[in-house]
Design a protein around this ligand. Sequence first.
Ligand SMILES: [Zn+2]
Ligand SMILES: [Zn+2]
Length: 678
Amino acid sequence: MTNKELAHIFATIADLLEIKGEVIFKVLAYRRAADTFREFSRPIRDVWREGGLREIPGIGPAIADKVDELLNSGRLTFFERLKQEVPVSLAELLTVPDLGPKRVALIWKKLGVTTLPELELAARTGKLRNLAGLGEKTEAKILTGIEARRHATGRMPLGQVWPVAQDILKYLRGLPGVKVAEVAGSLRRMRATIGDMDFLVGAEDARPVMAAFVTHPQVARVLAQGPTKTSVELDLGLQADLRVLSPDRFGTALQYFSGSKDHNVRVRELALEKGLSLSENAFQRKDGGELLCATEAEVYRTVGLAYIPPEMREDRGEIQAARLGKLPKLVELRELQSDLHAHSTWSDGQASIREMAQAARSRGLRCLAITDHSQSLGVTGGLTVERLRQQRREIDSVQAELGTSFSLLQGAEVEIRADGHLDYSDDVLEDLDIVVASLHTSLRQDRHRITERLLNAIRNRHVDIIGHPSGRLLPDREGADLDMEAVLRAAAESGVALEVNANPQRLDLDDVHIKRALELGCRLAINTDAHHPDHFNFAHYGVGTARRGWATAENVINAWPIERLLQWLDERGHRRPRTARPAELSSAPAPAAAPAEAPPAIGKAAAPARPNAKPAKPAKPAKPAASQGAAAAASSKTKTKAKGGNASARPSQPAKANPKPKKPTTAGRGAKPAKRRG
Ligand SMILES: [Zn+2]
Ligand SMILES: [Zn+2]
């Protein structure tokens, strides 16, 4: 053990003791020891061997004993015990400016935050400002501090880089003489983290564009300025390169600089097969003649491929698919009709249910699920069952205000507790419109345990969506050590949707697992997990990630028409008369039986699902018909899986699910709501 290692251990002990609230002279003793070891001229180990440890100034008997134990056994019981009391990752939080031990302790105890990524997420979602003595200003300073640290480490989350890039792009496009401008590189491919920015401009004269670029307010300093390429460092801490080229070569350059490298290797191989060499400038024929491409589509056409969307260019089979004309039609942002995971002030959100619903509607969504945290996540103000009931009344009243063209669902983000149980009983889950089940705590359990935990939630028939499945936080915290293949297979079997959480710090599932999930027949849900109305803008990052995993609108339940989504939820065993609610509430004297009252907006598909229309619902026969309708466009593989999983007793489902088989959906659904309404 080197002096440095010893010093590190004692400094960490000092930090943890201070966070714990130990008397200051003890803390200082450990810190002084750490300093002594760090600066000592000889190896401490040698001094220890000679028996001179206690003669070192500033090393008292308590410290000397601990060094003794460390050098003898390589471990220190005192430290091990301390680490169990106070998470060791907290020591790192002390390196953030404006965070002393008292504040770290407060944030840890009140919010359960133990790592830097968690701290960043808490700051970004406005959770720090409400803690005693912190406020918005400190919260902002803490964020700046974390970002400053990051610049040393390289890649930044997509969500931090994208808005800046769009700002610069807009600026470039507005310059005189600029015919076309794009951002290339991993940003264009919507990778989860970004290392630098590459801008391309098509213009006849490069000089004025270069000159204007370096004066953009985001530019911190100019690294190099030349006739065809300029490099700058941005305030953000990333490098940005600008290349200006003749517009008739723009397509070739854009294709080249968009990457990925692996993808481009394949494209060049195809060019060679056709007797062409491909550079960033042009195709070159054997006779030396050039073949220019103003658009990327021309580049792909020249090598015999259909146009490949940038998000797919990772050499994961897209070349083959493009050659065979089998590229999927990727999901698009404008196709999203619902957001099924969002928070309100009922738990840790920053806006009321009404504000969230209005924001969602103003963005063109037709349906929003309010999914506040469940009771055991006390730090976020998780809801007890009683509070959940109170919340329902507010949701109903906001729904009445909004009218029938928008569906507000009551859901919950239910904690999958460390022991694997869900935080609400099946009764409670069944009464919700939609259930998102998520892991937030004990993410470091061993692979077997944490996988079982997640599988348990997947197999619960009242769970509709698994929220941010891996639990990763970008750019630094890796997800749980899950057997992802088992998770994806189970999800495909049970029909549960896997979330593509669009928060740029999550983007979870990631692209690779999305692609695998779709191969196995899973469904996806692209949700923003909004804690503030502005967060609905995150949807774009979720869509980008889903596109990287080759998702189509058919794969994504948010892109389904609302009627189909609600029907799917009905079939998953929620007994709340969701589809009927808008009609009931909007027409004041709630009519008893009224498929006719169903508003055109909710439409024909909703009518048969109305619980009020009991006679019209021939319990059994209706179901298969409905689920066929719902799965109509799904791949045959998906359909088979979903049906098997939904209809028959699930083999993986233990007895506890069987006491509540599908049966109550008809009877229970009709009866329950009446009781609750009364
Ligand atoms: Zn969550
Ligand atoms: Zn959430």
